[in-house]
Design a protein around this ligand. Structure first.
Ligand SMILES: [Zn+2]
Ligand SMILES: [Zn+2]
Ligand SMILES: [Zn+2]
Length: 169
């Protein structure tokens, strides 16, 4: 059952599109909040899960399951492929990462503590993805679903296009 969207107008935008930024900070913050969330919810962030999370947070670009496995192996780990894929599944279920369906790839979630009706803005040039949690969009979708008598599950919107830097280039 999808969580009802909040009533506030608040919208969080954590954008990798606004030029250069301290990405090490993003990575640290993502790891810290993942550890916090797991403690709070009684989930176990095993070493493999943490390594997979770190690989995914290497950038704001999505990464496929096979590439995650390759990177794990390059780091000297030889987990059986199912172990790596299960780690990905765990991270998706815990909403620490998201699967971008249209790309069949994964991206780190910058706000795992918040409600998870998210919209993804995907730059087709640089590949960066920004996650937005807009209450207005969530409310509009929920109202339409109500009218249809439809029970929606975590509706996800993936918007493809060009970020500012790439459209100016
Ligand atoms: Zn970053
Ligand atoms: Zn998210
Ligand atoms: Zn771009």
């Amino acid at each position: 059952m999808a969580r009802k969207p909040g009533s506030g107008a608040a919208k969080s935008i954590i954008s990798p599109f606004h030029g250069k930024h301290d990405h090490a900070h993003c990575q640290r913050q993502a790891l810290d909040s993942a550890i916090q969330q797991c403690e709070k919810r009684g989930l176990r962030l095993t070493k493999t899960r943490q390594q997979v999370l770190e690989i995914i947070w290497a950038s704001h670009n999505p990464i496929g399951a096979y590439d995650v496995l390759q990177k794990l192996q390059a780091q000297g780990h030889k987990p059986a492929p199912p172990t790596a894929y299960r780690a990905l599944e765990f991270l998706v279920d815990a909403q620490l990462i998201h699967r971008i369906e249209s790309l069949n790839a994964f991206i780190g979630c910058p706000s795992p503590a918040d409600s998870h009706q998210c919209q993804f803005y995907i730059c087709k040039d640089c590949g960066h993805i920004a996650e937005v949690n807009s209450n207005a969009v969530a409310r509009a979708l929920s109202a339409d679903a109500d009218q249809l008598g439809f029970t929606s599950q975590q509706p996800v919107i993936e918007v493809h296009g060009l970020c500012r830097d790439c459209s100016q280039a």
